[in-house]
Design a protein around this ligand. Structure first.
Ligand code: DHB
Ligand code: FE
Length: 314
């Protein structure tokens, strides 16, 4: 039988003391949120009759999660990033700012301050000659299809082993990360390599919990973007390469139909040759539509702690 204690005067008083309700200082919003959060935790312990052993297992889990730096990896795995996207989509809808290319989650692996290039960038450092050459191209426009010159396409993706530079120390600095300024027609072109999907560290805390849920920790092959232009809403998104085993089975729930793209092998690429990229390549084409807004706060990305943020200039 579950012992009921959460509604006793003693526990109610405890929760109010925990949240600092009787103290002058502090932050009212934080107090309210901590009060609600701890009330829900106590209720959960009651409803599931959580044992002290289970409770301390959870506490040590959180400690480990911090130690191996996986909190921002677990969050998307538990659908939190996706849920924030759902809320932001609804807010945009309500504010008349819906439309354009759909957003999807940022993920935890962005590094600020990648080199800025004009119209074209080579993203890979050429280390692995056996990688498949990708020619990534497209156009940035507003919702009416008017090209946006000088938009910034901030792109990052994994290597053929699914690793990201900076986090994977074996890669060169800013490998597979660039900022590309669109040309006068709003176009961008990049030479790179076809990325592989990503897998959570198999011995990490995220995978340990996913195992308990009977879930995998895999993401399909994908490419991340921040797209920005003055007078337009900042866009955080990704494209997924079609045909990956995990295209529609992403542990981070980032796939959206509009963001799935075919990778097409071609003998030659006209856009590539414009920048000296010859020979057979795999073309990936994606156009972005931005929504116009005069609100400065919507033109910048959300504040978040990101690797090398201080190095980000211009
Ligand atoms: C996550 C996102 C990524 O883009 C990635 O490569 C790995 C993990 C994530 O949201 O957890
Ligand atoms: Fe990623």
């Amino acid at each position: 039988m579950t012992i009921k204690t959460t509604h006793t005067a003693e526990v109610k008083e405890l929760l109010e003391k925990v949240a600092g309700f009787h103290m002058e200082g502090g932050n009212e919003r934080v107090k309210k949120i901590v009060h609600r959060f701890m009330s829900d935790v106590f209720q959960l312990i009651e409803d599931f009759d959580v044992t002290p052993e289970e409770f301390w297992t959870a506490v040590y889990y959180v400690g480990d999660l911090g130690k191996n730096g996986e909190a921002s990896l677990l969050a998307p795995g538990l659908g939190m990033d996706k849920y924030l996207d759902i809320r932001m989509d609804a807010q945009d809808e309500a504010a008349g700012l819906a439309g354009g290319t759909p957003r999807t989650i940022e993920g935890p692996l962005y590094v600020a301050g990648a080199p800025l290039c004009e119209s074209f960038a080579r993203l890979d450092d050429g280390t692995d000659q056996s990688d498949e050459v990708m020619l990534l191209k497209g156009q940035v426009t507003d919702e009416d299809g008017t090209p946006l010159a000088n938009a910034i396409v901030d792109v990052w993706h994994a290597d053929a082993k699914g690793g990201y530079s900076y986090f994977d120390q074996s890669q060169s600095e800013y490998n597979l990360r660039r900022r590309i300024k669109t040309d006068e027609n709003g176009r961008y072109v990049a030479r790179s390599i076809i990325p592989s999907g990503y897998g959570c560290p198999p011995e990490g805390s995220t995978q340990a919990l996913l195992n308990q849920l009977g879930r995998h920790g895999r993401r399909p092959a994908h490419i991340h973007f921040f797209i920005s232009a003055p007078g337009h809403k900042h866009l955080t998104t990704q494209i997924n390469l079609a045909g990956d085993e995990y295209t529609y089975d992403d542990f981070a729930f980032a796939t959206r139909d509009e963001l799935v793209v075919e990778a097409r092998p071609v003998e030659r690429s006209a856009e590539g040759e414009q920048y000296g990229v010859t020979g057979p390549v795999i073309e990936v084409e994606f156009d972005f539509q931005l929504v116009s807004t005069d609100k400065a706060e919507l033109q910048a990305r959300h504040e978040r702690k990101r690797a090398l943020e201080d190095a980000a200039v211009a």
